[in-house]
Design a protein around this ligand. Structure first.
Ligand code: NAP
Ligand code: MG
Length: 490
């Protein structure tokens, strides 16, 4: 069985304790990952600190750091097949997705951030008293990055690439449920020849080492993606040294379907929004807001298509739906289905499919007659469970859509672009997709309103999160400005 090691200050290290990585399609143990304790994490932070404070990394020319990012991008592509298979085995995400989405997205992200030099340039600003004022962008320092299990490799790329581009050092902690591709990425980063101490990876329990990363006073910023509940704790731990907090949290995104939509496209998009990655997506369109005038017709088509979805092992190219990530996660979703059965009407799924006695499979599930105050409409289920809510007017749809603690994404299906524009502006969410779903670009920011987070990932905004600004003011007056140099007579 494959055994992985931690990567701290350029060295590969074993730990006394290890964690078994399980393939959720087969329930087999496929690898062992290190279980770091807080001493090791403190060491990793200390190396990252010293490397930032005393090393050359943050003072390198951008083009020199960019070379490393390009090499990492190439390294991901050279290992594409291996990474796609590993991600599918570690998470249960289908190989079709890991091959065509996860691996290329991660590689493109490193490549993109190798080309953003112009965004980091300082600028001269004209100020009333003459002299020279320059505003420069500097790296923040030591970044602790903590990620969830649903998109491990993509999340790693989104966190690591911009932080490195800006000249920070990193201690990275992936989810203990899915650390394998991040540990493979560490090997690629090592091979790219990054100076030691710049990138460090620790695996283990979030409650222990994640907490340490969030509270440690030598860390300048914690970049966290995960649940809103843990995000709140991270925020409070980070107050220890007033470190910068960057949070990408949960969602309960509304998918609004108006009666003037392209019906086939909207049904297809609705399925992508709730069944991709078995619904384990922060941007899952888990609340379908459906206009009353097309309600029955839409649901009929949706159920017909949902029943045709093929469940199967993640490594099988013909599988549409793989297993959930773990037994606990499936149980959590099953518990929500029981709650749903009491308050709404189950239209399909809701059970563990018969022919699957191994693996954490769950049938795609749809409820209707859902009211927005029910638990299945308010709480993030993080599984293949759709809650359908009926509406009649545009205003009503907007009100229901915004009536949530979350604000990550929203979708609108309509052929009327004027309506799309008006509704988009009224939705309180960081992303709005119109007649589409899941469009992320390295060039555009992604993040949450309300309790879905603080800060933005990707794009210019995402890059600048990993910097801080400094104002340098030089007085060029001969003898100095009298206001300053002669205030007390001189
Ligand atoms: P989670 O339980 O919040 O865990 C996220 C990460 O935080 C894991 O690495 C976890 O470690 C660590 N952690 C746990 N307790 C911690 C603590 N006290 N202090 C510091 N770190 C701690 O989330 P998850 O179950 O992995 O992922 C699902 C959640 O992530 C969903 O709510 C989803 O919406 C959200 N998500 C959001 C986005 C976004 O961009 N907005 C993207 C993807 C996922 P261990 O689990 O290894 O112990
Ligand atoms: Mg696993």
């Amino acid at each position: 069985m494959k055994k992985y090691q931690l990567y701290i200050n350029g060295n590969w290290l074993d730990t006394k304790e290890v964690i078994s990585s399980i393939d959720p399609s087969t329930e087999e143990v496929i690898a062992e990952i290190p279980k770091a304790d807080n001493n090791l994490v403190k060491q990793a932070i200390s190396f990252a600190r010293t490397t930032f404070d005393k090393g050359d990394w943050s003072n390198l020319a951008f083009s020199e750091r960019a070379e490393y990012l390009k090499k990492i991008s190439e390294g991901i592509l050279e290992n594409a097949q291996k990474l796609a298979e590993l991600e599918a085995r570690d998470t249960g995400k289908t190989i079709k997705q890991t091959t065509f989405i996860d691996v290329p997205t991660a590689a493109e992200c490193f490549d993109y951030f190798s080309k953003v030099e112009s965004e980091l340039k300082g600028e001269q600003v004209s100020v009333p008293f003459g002299g020279q004022s320059t505003v420069v962008r500097e790296p923040l320092g030591v970044i602790a990055s903590i990620t969830p299990w649903n998109y491990p490799l993509i999340m790693a790329a989104w966190k690591i690439a911009p932080a490195l581009a800006c000249g920070n050092t990193i201690v990275f902690k992936p989810s203990q449920l899915a650390s394998l591709t991040s540990l493979e990425l560490a090997k690629i980063i090592d091979k790219a020849g990054l100076p030691k101490g710049v990138f460090n990876i620790v695996t283990g329990s979030g409650a222990e080492i994640g907490k340490e990363l969030a509270q440690n006073t030598s860390v300048d910023m914690v970049a966290f993606t995960g649940s809103t509940e843990v995000g709140k704790e991270v925020m409070s731990l980070a107050s220890n040294n007033v470190k910068k907090v960057f949070l990408e949290l949960g969602g309960k995104s509304p998918n609004i379907v108006f009666d003037d939509c392209d019906l086939e496209a909207a049904v297809g998009g609705t399925m992508s929004a709730i069944f991709m990655n078995q619904g384990q997506m922060c941007v899952a369109g888990s609340r379908l807001l459906l206009q009353d005038t097309i309600y029955d017709k839409f649901i009929e088509l949706l159920i017909e298509k949902t029943k045709k979805l093929k469940l199967g092992p993640a490594l099988d190219y013909s599988s549409d739906i793989g297993p959930l990530v773990s037994k606990q996660q499936r149980q959590r979703v099953l518990d929500y289905i029981e709650i749903g059965k009491k308050e709404a009407r189950l239209l399909c799924g809701g059970n563990i499919p018969k022919d699957f006695n191994k693996g954490y499979f769950l049938a795609p599930t749809i409820f209707d007659n859902v009211k927005n105050n029910m638990r299945i409409a308010r709480e993030e289920i993080f599984g293949p469970v759709l809650s359908i809510i009926k509406f009649s007017s545009e205003d009503e749809a907007i009100e229901i859509a915004n009536d949530t603690i979350y604000g990550l994404a929203a979708m609108i299906w309509t052929k009327d672009l004027l309506r799309a524009n008006i509704v988009s502006k009224k939705l309180r969410s960081g992303t709005v997709w119109v007649n589409t779903y899941g469009m992320f670009f390295n060039q555009t920011p992604f993040g949450g309103y309300k309790q879905s987070g603080i800060g933005r990932e990707l794009g210019r905004d995402g890059l600048l999160e990993y910097t801080q600004t400094k104002h340098i003011n030089i007085d060029l007056t001969s003898g100095g400005k009298s206001l300053v140099s002669s205030w007390f007579g001189g």
